[in-house]
Write a protein that binds this ligand. Structure first.
Ligand SMILES: Cc1ncc(COP(=O)(O)O)c(C=O)c1O
Length: 373
């Protein structure tokens, strides 16, 4: 048995990641302090170029969060009051916030039980004359099934926005997510696969006009200082975050491969347990942002893991149609049964590049112990 077999396993260990690139970060942040470009600036511009290339896209605009990038994406598509945007009820709430910020209404479509992403089979019936855009999420790092969504998008002439906030570098049929839709948005919240040392986000597109307007909207609606062509926002990426992300992007492919190692090891060790394990669909190469298992006794399992020093989390306990903030939409339990069941059963196990084999074994042993007791 490895020496650290009984050590607690944290759900997330950002310290380990920072430690592994500390010298590079120190140098990048020092450069930022020296050049004093704290809002946008050369490090952000360089990162935008590098991240666009990483996504196989022509343009990238750095933002201060994924939420603000999503908001601006919908503004670029002309979404506003009276419009509807189709999305998933099973995601982090920010996907829906972006719709609400424009004054439009989120219209939810239930999820597919296997991937927990928006179910394309249910998409078409949610389209109305008010539908202005489709905004599915590549949840947990796993791409949603793009081909059927793209076919419906084309038939109804609706723009698609990919919420790729959890899916940096995930692949659909061999191609990196980020350019399947008109616009894609990413989050660099610290715990994401590519995380800033603070908040950050990006809007990615192949459309030069969208990119130019996104850059104006993030900066008070201006391209020339103190000249404001439209109502804008302060959604700029900080210079230091651009510097940090530039460093970390160089390590992302290696880190994603490590996440894949962890996921595959869990698959091996947890096979044969009563858990429903996450599986990549045939079309998908997941970025393995989260490793989400499912079981009807989720709350008991969570308590068991925590009592035994294994960190875990629930993404997400309440689907968006049942959140208080969206009571005005008039939904009730049972409206999206697949999402509601997922919310009752899902449990995220630790997954990060630095997780050792001993830690993975420890997690698996504690999980198995739950089913023996
Ligand atoms: C699916 C999804 N959408 C949107 C966001 C919002 O990103 P941010 O936290 O950077 O605003 C997040 C991240 O938390 C997310 O996971």
């Amino acid at each position: 048995m490895p020496a650290d077999m009984n050590e607690p396993v944290p759900y997330l260990d950002l310290r380990a990641q920072i430690k592994s690139v500390r010298a590079e970060l120190d140098a990048a942040i020092a450069r930022s302090l020296d050049n004093c470009t704290f809002c946008l600036g050369p490090d952000v511009t360089q990162f935008e170029k590098d991240f666009a290339k990483f996504c196989g896209a022509k343009h990238c605009a750095g933002f201060n969060s994924g939420t603000s990038a999503l908001h601006v994406a919908l503004l670029l598509l002309g979404v506003g009051p009276g419009d509807e945007v189709i999305t998933t009820p099973f995601t982090f709430v920010a996907t829906s916030w972006a719709i609400s910020y424009t004054g439009a209404k989120p219209v939810y479509v239930d999820i597919d039980d296997a991937t927990m992403n928006l179910d394309p089979k249910l998409l078409e019936r949610a389209i109305t004359p008010r539908t202005k855009a489709i905004l599915p999420v590549h949840l947990y790092g796993h791409p949603f099934d793009l081909d059927p969504v793209l076919a419906i998008r084309k038939k109804h002439k609706l723009p698609l926005v990919e919420d790729a906030c959890q899916s940096h570098g995930a692949k659909y049929k061999g191609k990196t997510v980020g350019t399947f839709g008109a616009i894609s948005c990413f989050s660099f919240y610290p715990g994401k696969n590519l995380g800033a040392c603070g908040e950050g986000g990006a809007l990615v597109t192949n459309d030069a006009a969208f990119a130019a307007r996104a850059k104006a909207l993030r900066e008070h609606g201006s391209t020339v200082r103190y000249y404001h062509d439209e109502v804008g926002y302060n959604y700029r990426m900080e210079g230091i975050q651009g510097a940090v992300l530039g460093v970390k992007l160089k390590h992302l492919a290696k880190w994603t491969a490590e996440r894949r190692r962890v996921a595959h090891r869990y698959h091996e060790l947890l096979a044969g347990t009563p858990l429903q394990l996450p599986r990549e669909a045939g079309y998908a190469e997941s970025a393995w942002h989260l490793y989400v298992v499912r079981h009807p006794r989720r709350d008991e399992l969570k308590a068991h893991l925590e009592t035994n020093g294994v960190g875990c989390a629930v993404h997400y306990p309440i689907p968006l149609h049942l959140q208080k903030a969206y009571a005005n939409l008039g939904h009730k339990p049972g409206d999206f049964p697949v999402a509601e069941k997922a919310a009752r059963e899902c449990l995220s196990l630790p997954i990060y590049p630095e997780l050792t084999d001993a830690q993975i074994q420890r997690v698996a042993e504690v999980v198995k112990g739950f089913f023996k007791s």
